[in-house]
Design a protein around this ligand. Structure first.
Ligand code: FAD
Length: 142
């Protein structure tokens, strides 16, 4: 089975703390979980310090159509693709859209492996593995 995955980073339009953004994030997650379940897209959404990082995986057409909608969403801007690749398995198969919120522990992880490092175009696998590792942290994901 071939799975297409895409990871992007963007800047939240509302440059507020995650707690303030939560109603907006809850709305995004509800829509994502409904739409992604219907078209077989899985992934994770990470929010920290005014930025979104999202991985989308599934059939290429489904991922591309989802990304096209997301790209034009006014709730964020400066959308920048970090990785797009094919692989032989889904990494996020448990989640139609896992949410990884902001927390002191997450911020510490970004101090160790910051978004700037993701932005320096690590290999696609490294970005996906990083996202999966963060998504699997039970204290930070739902
Ligand atoms: P609708 O049912 O038409 O809308 C869903 C809700 O979102 C409604 O309450 C609507 O008012 C609100 N909404 C829609 N667009 C905006 C907007 N521009 N500004 C404010 N409120 C708005 N969608 C997915 O399907 N899968 C994803 O994985 C996904 N991830 C996202 C990640 C991020 C960081 C962002 C910002 C958006 C994401 N979205 C995702 C949402 C996507 O951009 C579209 O809004 C959505 O896919 C539209 O689907 P719909 O027509 O079924 O939604």
């Amino acid at each position: 089975m071939t799975v297409y995955s895409l990871v992007y980073v963007s800047r939240a339009a509302d440059d507020a703390a995650v707690e303030t953004l939560m109603p907006q994030i809850e709305a995004i997650l509800a829509t994502s979980r409904r739409n992604n379940s219907a078209c077989g897209v899985t992934g994770a959404l990470l929010v920290t310090e005014g930025r979104f990082v999202q991985v989308l995986e599934g059939e290429r057409d489904a991922v591309q159509a989802t990304y096209e909608r997301i790209l034009h969403d006014s709730r964020h801007a400066e959308v920048d693709i970090l990785s797009s690749q094919y692989s032989d398995r889904r990494r996020f198969k448990e989640w139609s859209m896992a949410f990884v919120g902001d927390s002191p522990a997450l911020r510490q992880r970004f101090a160790d492996a910051p978004l700037a490092a993701l932005g320096r175009r690590q290999t696609g696998d490294a970005v996906l593995d990083f996202m999966l590792d963060v998504a699997r942290s039970p204290a930070e994901t739902y």
